[in-house]
Design a protein around this ligand. Structure first.
Ligand code: SF4
Length: 351
């Protein structure tokens, strides 16, 4: 069945299938921690119930709705199971309650046979867990595939009308800022419609936790992860690729008392990255326009103000100090377009 996908932000109905279809455990992974769910494969009636409950809570029916299978390796499941799950979700699409189906899967599960298997269902979006385009990093993370597997999977997927999302991680074993930047550039060259960027966390029960306890692995600091992801974000935006998410979603398992052993987790990680990007953009503008030691007024739409000010006004304090400003005022301006900041009346270029 062919569909007409649109890359605009969908309303996602998540169905978590933790580790379902995984050939093995990658060193960083513990889907129980990230999905908050233990059971790998809920029954079809439980899946239908979850979908109905989510749909009942949807406020804006105008938004494209996708039923999504996450948390495992969807195309790694047995073909009969893939068919059953897709048929279950497709029922909601046929009833007009959803517009399509999405799933995440490993690059090495994309082949002609599986694409043929899913072609009769209303699949709109496919997300690939790429994690890195560096073979040494992939090997140390025990991913079990190479960067070439990613290139081949993308080439095959691009013969179909799916919206394509690629996920990458930073701070994996053997990863450096240079390999992460190279990964982002190679992913950008593959031209997906969107990406997700996840800093590696040390999760209880993962192999990485063992390596961490042995002193063989040190995660990125929060500060380093924010700075690195800000650089990656700029690469994707310069290529017009949407960044759908930065950092894992907060949940009860992602706390030090539960499954978070170490690593750069923050519930507002994405906001911190945006804040770092604004600090950089505003700083460059002040220098370029010779506004050091002057009076500066920043105007922005209300929803951007917290990003511009930074956590605990960090950005404002940094700008005041670094540029020795006489005064710095921040005003909400409802007339400004989204993502627009004006400095003393002039637009501030972000990239
Ligand atoms: S990263 Fe993906 S393939 Fe690896 S164990 Fe986790 S869910 Fe499975």
């Amino acid at each position: 069945m062919q569909t007409n996908p649109s890359p605009s932000k969908p309303f996602v109905v998540p169905v978590f299938l933790p580790h379902a279809g995984c050939p093995h455990r990658c060193v960083f992974c513990n889907q129980h921690s990230t999905t908050g769910q233990d059971e790998p494969l809920p029954s079809l009636s439980a899946i239908r119930r979850t979908i109905r409950e989510f749909l009942a809570h949807r406020k804006e029916r105008a938004r494209r709705t996708e039923i999504s299978f996450y948390g495992g390796n969807f195309l790694g499941l047995a073909p009969e199971l893939i068919t059953l799950l897709l048929a279950t979700a497709a029922g909601f699409v046929q009833e007009g309650q959803a517009d399509g189906i999405r799933f995440s899967t490993r690059p090495d599960t994309i082949d002609a046979a599986r694409l043929k298997l899913i072609a009769r269902f209303p699949v709109t979006t496919v997300e690939l867990g790429v994690q890195s385009m560096n073979d040494a990093v992939l090997q140390q993370s025990q991913r079990g595939h190479t960067a070439q597997s990613v290139r081949e999977a993308v080439a095959l997927l691009k013969t179909r009308p799916y919206i394509l999302g690629l996920q990458m991680m930073v701070g994996l074993p053997g990863d450096t800022p240079a390999t992460a930047l190279a990964t982002a550039r190679q992913i950008a060259d593959l031209a997906p419609q969107f990406v997700r960027i996840y800093p590696t966390l040390v999760l209880r029960g993962s192999q990485l936790a063992l390596r961490h306890f042995r002193g063989e692995y040190t995660p990125l600091s929060l500060e380093a992860a924010v700075a690195l992801v800000a650089d990656l974000y700029q690469i994707f935006r310069r290529h017009d690729i949407a960044v759908a998410r930065m950092g894992l979603q907060a949940g009860p398992e992602l706390t030090p008392d539960a499954d978070l052993v170490a690593g750069p987790f923050h519930p507002a990680f994405g906001e911190m990255v945006q804040s770092a990007l604004w600090l950089d953009a505003i700083s460059r503008h002040l220098e370029k326009e010779g506004l050091q030691k002057g009076d500066v007024v920043l105007e922005a739409p209300a929803r951007l103000l917290s990003q511009i000010k930074g956590q605990k006004d960090f950005n404002l304090l940094d700008l005041l100090q670094k540029h020795q400003l006489r005064s710095l005022e921040v005003r909400a301006n409802p007339d400004l377009a989204e993502e627009t900041v004006r400095i003393n009346g002039q637009p501030c270029a972000r990239w």
